[in-house]
Design a protein around this ligand. Structure first.
Ligand SMILES: O=C(NC/C=C/[C@H]1OC[C@H](O)[C@@H]1O)c1cc([N+](=O)[O-])cc(O)c1O
Ligand SMILES: [Mg+2]
Length: 214
């Protein structure tokens, strides 16, 4: 049977990127997805906003919901200070298998823990399993109808602290209306919209940055 799109993305990385060089892995994926076949990576345009927010926050402990092929996982981990950690959650085992290989190709496996399973089940286990007190930064990029319930779950599990930054992809396209309503109306968050475009496209999309006020 045909290869999968994630497998073709992995092949493009192995062919065009340099082992141990995260920038070349990011460029290889962006080039493939812009010129060969679209894929749901956060991409280069929104990726620059992700980079700038990350540099500002400089998280010691970060969480990503929705790994897919590991594009944003590599984007985040490459900017982490020594000793900082990123936990990334992926439900789909086939996606996770490709992501592990792309993360290893970038040489970032020591900074990243990829956990397979539903975010709703894994979030309540974060403290006991990974010794996490709280997250400094959360990137939401998984199923769009899970952003709001998982944010409430992170609150209820005491995984957010005063100043934790949530950054959500796709708040316009495909859209996350319930999540936007929640963070923009809740007195516990200070939210701001960063207008951009859907990855490898001219369609509008953007990132919502929400600071937890405690
Ligand atoms: O569904 C999207 N992401 C959710 C990913 C869902 C997958 O990741 C978690 C789970 O394994 C699921 O199979 C998405 C969709 C579009 N899109 O334009 O359709 C653009 C994006 O940036 C997206 O993150
Ligand atoms: Mg996305």
């Amino acid at each position: 049977t045909r290869t999968s799109r994630p497998q073709r993305i992995l092949k493009a990385v192995q062919k065009n990127a340099t082992k141990g060089d995260p920038e070349s892995v990011i460029s290889a994926i962006d080039h493939y997805c812009r010129h060969k076949e679209w894929a749901m990576n956060v991409g280069d345009d929104k990726g620059l906003i992700l980079d700038s927010v990350l540099t500002e926050v400089n998280p010691s402990t970060a969480l990503e919901l929705g790994t897919y092929c590991g594009y944003s996982t590599v984007r985040i981990a490459r900017l982490l200070s020594p000793g900082s950690k990123l936990i990334t959650v992926e439900f789909n085992p086939a996606f996770a298998a490709v992501a592990r290989q792309i993360i290893a190709y970038a040489g970032l496996q020591d900074k990243i823990t990829l956990v397979e399973g539903p975010s709703g089940d894994l979030i309540p286990k974060m403290k006991e399993r990974f010794g996490i007190k709280s997250f400094d930064f959360v990137f939401l990029d998984h199923w769009k109808d899970r952003y709001e319930p998982d944010t409430k779950l992170l609150e209820d599990c005491g995984l957010l602290k005063k100043g934790t930054v949530l950054l959500a992809d796709n708040v316009i396209c495909p859209g996350t209306p319930e999540y936007l309503k929640y963070v923009r109306n809740s007195p516990r968050y200070e939210s701001r919209y960063y207008k951009s475009n859907l990855e490898y496209s001219k369609v509008e999309d953007g990132l919502e940055k929400s600071v937890f006020l405690g």
